[in-house]
Design a protein around this ligand. Structure first.
Ligand code: SF4
Length: 313
């Protein structure tokens, strides 16, 4: 089953949600005060070089508030904009499976109990090295009450780039986590970044081939964002590596969509950041324009998700 439309020749999250829940689904970012093993020294120090002080969760809720208050603060705003919306609480900042299983059980249960009637599941962003069999057992337990969606950062399949960005995780570790989660019937979303320093067009297509080879359910595409006060910004100031232009990003992402398996849902086509923190690329603020251009590129060239993937079979 595919979720393409005439205007968007790929599986959009919106169409998928409409078919599955008969409703629009809005994510509500919550902040659980997690940290990350790539920052606290367990696997690395300093974190991925592009990571902001908020742990790549710039729109997460206010940690000083309870989950209940964080949730309703955002839900009340969305309710005024969209009627009949369902919600998905989203633990976004840092690595949200990086606590003891007992603490995690308490947190996840508290979140899924907040608004049982109007939520369709819980989305949890984490790292592959924060997934083990014990965690998977817990996720299975929660998944029986509300759907669990796990979002894993891959960013690239090029291990040299992974070293450069201090990802501190191997592709093998990523694969193992994906297979453990998939076996437990957990919905898996992978995050990738286009425009990482010195990556070529082929590197970015190879990342899609790697994703295609795994039982992944959905993908989020991001353009590399150089943010103030990050190691990436220091590297950029020193080496002035190439930043993708908007047209390059549109073309590369479109070609990745053409090479992507046609059962994978596309959850996002562009990254967000606060305007104050953004150094480059300035065009990334024009999120709607970038999305429109990708749609237009695909339509004008009579392309669609999976067109080249199928030809390779
Ligand atoms: S894994 Fe995520 S939270 Fe941890 S350092 Fe990298 S980007 Fe930041």
């Amino acid at each position: 089953m595919t979720y393409f439309t005439k205007d968007k020749p790929y599986n959009t999250l919106n169409e998928y949600n409409k078919a599955k829940y008969n409703s629009k689904v809005a994510k509500i970012s919550l902040n659980g005060g997690f940290t990350c093993p790539n920052k606290d020294g367990k696997v690395g120090i300093g974190g991925c070089i592009y990571c902001s002080s908020s742990g790549s969760g710039d729109f997460a809720g206010d940690i000083k508030l309870s989950f209940h208050d964080q949730y309703y603060q955002i839900k009340n705003i969305i309710d005024k904009k969209w009627k009949n919306t369902k919600y998905m609480p989203y633990l976004q900042a840092n690595s949200n499976t990086y606590k003891s299983v007992d603490e995690l059980r308490k947190i996840y249960n508290e979140i899924i109990d907040i608004d049982k009637e109007n939520t369709v599941g819980i989305a949890i962003a984490t790292r592959a090295d924060c997934i083990d069999l014990e965690i998977v057992e817990l996720l299975k337990e929660i998944n029986q009450k509300k759907e669990v969606i796990i979002e894993l950062g891959l960013q690239t399949s090029n291990e040299n780039t992974a070293k450069l960005i201090n990802r501190c995780m191997t592709n093998e570790c990523f694969k193992n986590a994906v297979y453990m989660l998939s076996k437990a019937n957990i919905f898996i979303v992978v995050h990738i970044i286009n425009g990482l320093p010195y990556e070529t067009y082929d590197d970015m297509l190879n990342t899609i081939k790697f994703v295609n080879s795994l039982p992944i359910n959905a993908i989020k595409f991001h353009s590399l964002l150089v943010l103030k006060n990050t190691k990436l910004n220091e590297l950029y100031e020193k080496e002035k590596f190439h930043i993708l232009t908007m047209d390059e990003y549109v073309k590369i992402t479109s070609m990745q969509i053409c090479n992507l398996r046609d059962d994978i849902i596309i959850e996002r086509l562009q990254a967000d950041s606060s305007i104050e923190d953004l150094v480059e690329p300035k065009w990334s603020r024009k999120k709607l324009l970038v999305m429109d251009k990708i749609d237009m590129y695909l339509r004008d060239n009579k392309l669609y998700q999976g067109i080249y993937y199928k030809k390779e079979q």
